[in-house]
Each structure stands twice: as structure tokens, then as C-alpha cells.
Design a protein around this ligand. Structure first.
Ligand SMILES: NC(=O)c1ccc[n+]([C@@H]2O[C@H](COP(=O)([O-])OP(=O)(O)OC[C@H]3O[C@@H](n4cnc5c(N)ncnc54)[C@H](OP(=O)(O)O)[C@@H]3O)[C@@H](O)[C@H]2O)c1
Length: 322
């Protein structure tokens, strides 16, 4: 089969398709015929530097998520040909992932889907909507009356969060560093656009003098404390992303660094479950939600797909259709 194998950390021009054997089925693992997959920042990090980490063994087929059909059910409850999604659990990191024609995944990370999205659209959903849903619906306990800031609003996860928030009637302020993306964010459902240029606080307080009560922090540790300062009393900030490439806070002193009476949460997509996946698709169906897709590539165009993600101009999920 064709697969994108990471032999060593590399530049995107060095990302190639190889011929490898179709994985052999083993108990507890399911073989999926991959139909499409979305690209993720973590795959970009694997390619650039994480592949050198002590907990990663190369060569490794990249890819932390996919959508497709069951090719071999192994000892699972699935049936051959069933439409499924698969994500996380070490996919593309501790075992071979989804940048391939077939992928072998532990059955606990494979979930049935009962809907009629085209493969490209379905491919844009698993990791992105699981992350956005877990962040806003669970960690931030989003309500219609909330004022939500999505910091990093043009990211695929940010766009999904804006869409979910809009679907329940929440007011959304979405940030970008780029003035040219203002109209795009308004079209995607943001009520207000914030330009993240050092004056974010003034922009927020000029609209809502008491601040927002929910913030989805996708830029990460580099802007977290600034975001916490934009919260009203008893507001919550949920850290989900590291777009700013900083995952940790230096010398964090919670008593002094966090405003009194605000809550700090974090979201990790490591433990997806069938019931949450079902909730997400039910909600998307009920509200007729469709993911923002940037562009669809073939597997042979994987370098161009990574280049688009790296360029920060994608404005939606970058998809590979097999
Ligand atoms: N916690 C979890 O389990 C989990 C799961 C999935 C994803 N994530 C994280 O969520 C974040 C979003 O992922 P994604 O795949 O949706 O991203 P994406 O679509 O690739 O994000 C692209 C956007 O990132 C923004 N960006 C890039 N560098 C930035 C910087 N230094 N500062 C501020 N903004 C920057 C750009 O916005 P502008 O140019 O418009 O400003 C660009 O439009 C990533 O950090 C990813 O690792 C976390």
C-alpha cells in the first residue's frame, strides 16, 4: 500500500509516499481502509522535531486521525465495510497512523458513524470537532448567555468552536493576527473579530467592559495569562492549543498570576468515547453544521498539504482524500 512514512525529522519537501506492506490484523486491533484524513499541527511537529523525542520510534507512518471503512473486523463488534472514524490513542506516534491506504488501530479508538457526510467532510470532523466540543461544551460548560472569546479563531479547531458556540446562541469574539481574515471570521459566525496585535484587552473591554466569561485559548501558554486577565469574575479559560509554540508557563505563581476568582482548565483529546462522538454528530445533524474545509489533496500531494497548513493561510481543515 501507499503510505507517508517518517524515517527522520524532515522539511516538508522531503515528505514522500512509500510502498509498504498492508498491516496484519491482530486481536484487539482493526484494519481500516482509509478514505480521508485531516491534517493536524501535531503531525507538523512530529515531522519537524517530535520525531526525535525519546518516546518516539522511527520509522513511523504519520497521522492521528482518519475516516474510512472497516477492512478487517478482527475480534471486534464492527462489520466489514462499516463507516468509521478513528483518532488518537497513540496513532501516528506510538504506532503507525493514518497517512496511508490502510491503517491498523486499537478497537477502543475506532468509532462508528451513522451519517451521510461525504468522505472529505467527514474527514474534517473527528479530531477537530472532538477537540472543539470537549473544550467548549465540557471544559467551558458553554451556555447561550455566555460571552466566549476564541483566541486563535481562524484555526480549524477555532472555527469548529465558533460554529458550535453559534449553534447554541452564544456570543463569540474570535481573534486573528491578520486584519485580512476579519470578513472570513464574521462569515464563519463570529459576532466580533479581535485583532491579536497587542491591543486585545482594549478591544475586548471596549465591547464588553466587564470582559468575557469564557475563553478558549488556542494560542497557548504565550497568551494564557493575558487571556485570564480578560475574564469576568468566575470566568473560565480553557487551554487547548499551542499555536504560539509554547506549552508551559515559566515560574507560574497561580496566586499572583491568575486574577482572583477565575478558573483555569485544560483539554486533551486523548480519550475519545463512542458516546461523546455520538453527541457531536447528533448536534451537528440537528443544527446542520458542516466543517470549514480549506482544500482537498491526494496522498501524493502530502508535501503541498503540509505546506498549506504551515502557511497559516488555510482557513479551515486541510484534507487528504485517498
Ligand atoms: N488539546 C488537544 O487535545 C488538541 C487537539 C487538537 C488540536 N490541538 C491544538 O489546537 C491548536 C489548533 O489546531 P488546528 O489544527 O486547528 O490549527 P490550524 O488550523 O493549523 O491553525 C492555523 C491558524 O493558527 C494561527 N496561528 C499560527 N501560529 C500562530 C501563533 N504563533 N500565534 C497565534 N496564532 C497562530 C493562524 O491564525 P492567524 O494567522 O489568523 O492569527 C492560523 O490561521 C493547535 O495548537 C493544536 O496543536 C490541541
Amino acid at each position: 500500500m501507499k503510505a507517508v512514512v517518517l524515517y527522520k525529522t524532515c522539511k516538508l519537501e522531503e515528505l514522500n509516499v512509500s510502498e509498504v506492506s498492508i498491516p496484519e490484523v491482530k486481536p484487539g486491533w482493526i484494519l481500516i481502509k482509509v478514505k480521508a484524513f485531516g491534517l493536524n499541527r501535531s503531525e507538523l511537529m512530529m515531522r519537524e522535531f517530535e520525531g526525535n523525542a525519546s518516546y518516539i520510534t522511527l520509522p513511523r507512518i504519520l497521522g492521528i486521525e482518519c475516516v474510512g471503512e472497516i477492512a478487517n473486523v478482527s475480534d471486534s463488534r464492527f462489520i466489514k465495510g462499516q463507516r468509521v472514524i478513528a483518532l488518537m490513542g497513540g496513532m501516528g506516534r506510538s504506532f503507525n497512523g493514518s497517512y496511508a491506504e490502510y491503517t491498523l488501530v486499537p478497537s477502543k479508538n475506532v468509532f462508528s458513524v451513522n451519517n451521510y457526510y461525504e468522505w472529505e467532510e467527514l474527514g474534517a470532523i473527528p479530531e477537530t470537532y472532538y477537540t472543539a466540543w470537549g473544550s467548549v461544551m465540557d471544559c467551558l460548560q458553554l451556555k447561550p448567555e455566555d460571552i466566549l472569546i476564541v483566541r486563535g479563531g481562524t484555526s480549524a479547531a477555532g472555527l469548529a468552536a465558533i460554529q458550535l458556540a453559534e449553534s447554541i446562541g452564544t456570543t463569540v469574539l474570535a481573534s486573528t493576527r491578520s486584519e485580512v481574515k476579519r470578513t472570513f471570521l464574521l462569515k464563519q459566525g463570529a459576532d466580533h473579530v479581535l485583532i491579536d496585535n497587542g491591543t486585545l484587552r482594549d478591544q475586548v473591554l471596549s465591547i464588553y467592559p466587564r470582559g468575557a466569561n469564557k475563553i478558549l485559548e488556542l494560542v497557548g501558554a504565550s497568551t494564557l495569562l493575558d487571556s485570564a486577565g480578560l475574564l469576568s469574575h468566575h470566568g473560565i479559560v480553557c487551554v487547548t492549543g499551542i499555536l504560539g509554540k509554547k506549552g508551559t508557563l515559566d515560574n507560574f505563581y497561580p496566586i499572583k498570576d491568575l486574577p482572583s476568582g477565575v478558573y483555569l482548565a485544560g483539554f486533551s483529546s486523548n480519550s475519545p468515547s463512542q458516546s461523546v462522538i455520538d453527541d457531536i454528530f447528533e448536534h451537528m445533524h440537528k443544527h446542520n453544521l458542516h466543517p470549514a474545509i480549506s482544500k482537498v489533496f491526494s496522498l501524493d500531494e502530502i508535501g503541498q498539504a503540509h505546506a498549506l497548513m504551515e502557511s497559516n493561510t488555510a482557513n479551515g481543515k486541510v484534507i487528504v482524500r485517498i
